[in-house]
Design a protein around this ligand. Structure first.
Ligand SMILES: *Cc1c(COP(=O)(O)O)cnc(C)c1O
Length: 368
């Protein structure tokens, strides 16, 4: 038996009847842009996040850009982002015309370190992007306190955190504005690209609505310089059909994480941390292990597929070397890139497959 990192065919086959019905309803209506499912999904998703508004857009990267511009970030403004994230976080900031400034993450949670912010603050700093990496919220209490003290906007990159919570409040409701991705592999995924800007600020929501469609309101008059970044009706209908399953999917992710935790408690690898006030939804189960690359190939030999999120911190990508701070202050991000490994974990993974992963991990680790 082999264990794939992810098998979306299982999700599709479980959802197939509701997907077929959702797609049929869009075909019936034949309003493929701004059809009725778009608004219905926006309302349901805002509600799910505990926020007032959601604005559907074309991708998570666009959601970051539109969130920043809608919140008032202007060309040349500096925006703090963690060095341990995926490139789209930074690409989204750049597309807003802003300058990404890298700050380090906490080794334990791999999310933006509140005590790394002071050193990168300048008079041009306008916002920080808190990435809820791997499905766990960043230290939102301390990040928000810092941001308020320095009049910075707080933007959540919640692309991996649908349903995650901090102190009982869900991702999407923890800052000024949040960006979600519904890329197919995310905890809530579409059948293609899709995203949303989520906020309780009516002015930000209104600007995001304009920005995603040429700055125009219904009448076709442009009030802002916008773009085309709309959520297709078809994807909205698919997301609306999937949303009622999200909590059960996240519960199953947590159950599998618990299985890994219990069965690997004594193994020589670092399991992901779970802060007491943070509900982790395990978009990824990321452990840390010495000799990571050899460990991965020994797992591959046993048919267990793993991935690395992420093999390089942002400033080690050729395109982003200029963002390196060159003062050793991104050390935790560099350490993580060297030893993190993501084990297969998705709602449709069967117990026997998870048990097989555990046995393979035990065999792949150096013996004690
Ligand atoms: C997936 C992801 C994005 C980008 O989303 P797209 O929909 O692929 O544009 C941004 N940030 C993080 C943390 C992500 O995981």
């Amino acid at each position: 038996m082999t264990v794939a990192f992810l098998d979306l065919r299982r999700r599709v086959s479980a959802l197939r009847p509701s997907l077929d019905a959702a797609i049929a309803s869009v075909l019936e209506e034949s309003r493929f842009v701004f059809g009725s499912s778009v608004e219905a999904f926006e309302e349901a998703f805002a509600d799910y996040c505990g926020a007032r508004s959601a604005v559907g857009v074309a991708s998570g990267t666009d959601a970051i850009t539109i969130a920043l511009v809608a919140a008032g970030v202007e060309p040349g403004d500096e925006v703090i982002v963690p060095a341990n994230t995926c490139v789209p976080t930074v690409a989204g900031v750049e597309a807003a015309g802003a300058v990404p400034i890298l700050a380090d993450v906490e080794l334990e949670t791999a999310t933006l370190a509140p005590d790394a912010l002071e050193a990168v603050l300048t008079p041009r700093t306008r916002a920080l992007v808190s990435v809820h990496l791997y499905g766990q919220c960043a230290a939102m209490d301390a990040l928000v306190v810092f941001a308020r003290r320095h009049h910075l906007l707080v933007v959540e990159d919640a692309a991996q955190a649908h349903g995650a919570a901090f102190d009982g409040r869900r991702a999407g409701s923890l800052g000024d504005v949040a960006a979600f991705s519904f890329y197919p592999t995310k905890n809530l995924g579409a059948l293609g690209d899709a995203g949303a800007v989520v906020t309780s600020d009516a002015a930000i929501a209104e600007r995001a609505r304009l920005l995603r469609s040429y700055g125009q309101r219904d009448g076709g008059e442009s009030l802002l310089h916008g773009r085309n970044s709309r959520l297709d009706t078809l994807q909205a209908a698919v997301l609306l059909a999937a949303l009622p399953r999200l909590d059960a999917w996240n519960d199953r992710r947590r159950e599998l994480a618990e299985l890994y935790r219990q069965r690997l408690a004594d193994a020589p690898l670092l399991l992901p941390s779970e802060g007491s006030c943070r509900r982790h939804v395990y978009h990824l189960f990321v452990a840390r292990v010495d000799g990571r690359d050899g460990f991965r190939s020994r797992l591959a030999d046993q048919g267990v597929e793993t991935l690395v999120h992420y093999p390089q911190p942002i400033h080690r990508h050729p395109a982003y070397r200029v963002l390196d701070r060159r003062d050793g202050s991104l050390a935790a991000s560099e350490t993580l890139a060297g030893d993190v490994v993501s084990l297969p974990l998705y709602p449709e993974l069967r117990d026997e497959e998870a048990n097989l992963v555990v046995s393979a991990v035990e065999r792949a680790l150096p013996s004690l």
